[in-house]
Design a protein. Structure first.
Length: 217
């Protein structure tokens, strides 16, 4: 709340600092998450993540943690997010100023066209685009069909996809106020090359399953 109120000064007087301000907020939240809740975050596979330049990242999505960590792992993050998040008081306007990508998913084919256009624009200026192909937060180990947007993005931009698996939902549950302590993993895999829709979806899912062995009991 304090930083949300402080964001007014960024919106009014220093719009160019929206992304650094968002990164600071993410850093503080995750620092508290680790120190107060006793969570140790392990980032595995950093060598598969180029330091700079355009990227297309397909991450599993289990908790709010997943929407924060990429603020710290890449230089110019651009999250693909639900369009309705723009309406959140204090936060919504900052998401836009920070360069995130709101998509109105109810718009059908038009939403896909906008997604592809905005992805191309983001990559042309060297941003790292993060998308959660499951479409919503899922429970650890839960399998849901992946949305086709990720394959369309990869084939449209001719950009390989960096798959990411995590067990964040074990420690920061979807609707849980209380957090759990333990070892949280973010596992970054080798790039998955663009391919026809079903083939690429299968490749991403297989990559996730392979990476889950890093933190499976």
């Amino acid at each position: 709340m304090l930083m949300g109120v402080g964001a007014f000064s960024v919106r009014w007087f220093a719009r160019g600092y929206a992304l650094p301000y968002a990164k600071l907020w993410s850093r503080l939240v995750l620092a508290l998450f680790q120190s107060v809740c006793g969570v140790k975050v392990h980032i595995v596979g950093r060598e598969n993540l180029p330091a700079e330049g355009p990227l297309l990242i397909a991450s599993q999505h289990q908790s709010a943690f997943d929407t924060l960590i990429w603020m710290l792992l890449v230089s110019r993050p651009c999250y693909v997010m639900k369009g309705e998040l723009r309406k959140i008081p204090l936060v919504g306007p900052m998401l836009i100023l920070a360069g995130m990508m709101p998509i109105n998913r109810s718009a059908g084919a038009r939403a896909l066209r906008v997604l592809l256009q905005e992805t191309s624009k983001a990559m042309d200026v060297g941003k790292q685009v993060i998308i959660f192909p499951e479409g919503t937060r899922t429970a650890p180990g839960e399998r849901v069909p992946l949305k086709p947007g990720i394959t369309a993005m990869a084939n449209h931009t001719k950009q390989p996809v960096i798959p990411v698996a995590t067990n964040s939902g074990v420690f920061w549950g979807r609707n849980a106020f209380l957090k759990k302590s333990g070892d949280l993993y973010v596992v970054i895999g080798k790039p998955v090359q663009p391919a026809p829709g079903k083939v690429m979806i299968s490749d991403i899912q297989q990559a996730w399953r392979d990476m889950e062995e890093t933190f499976s009991p």
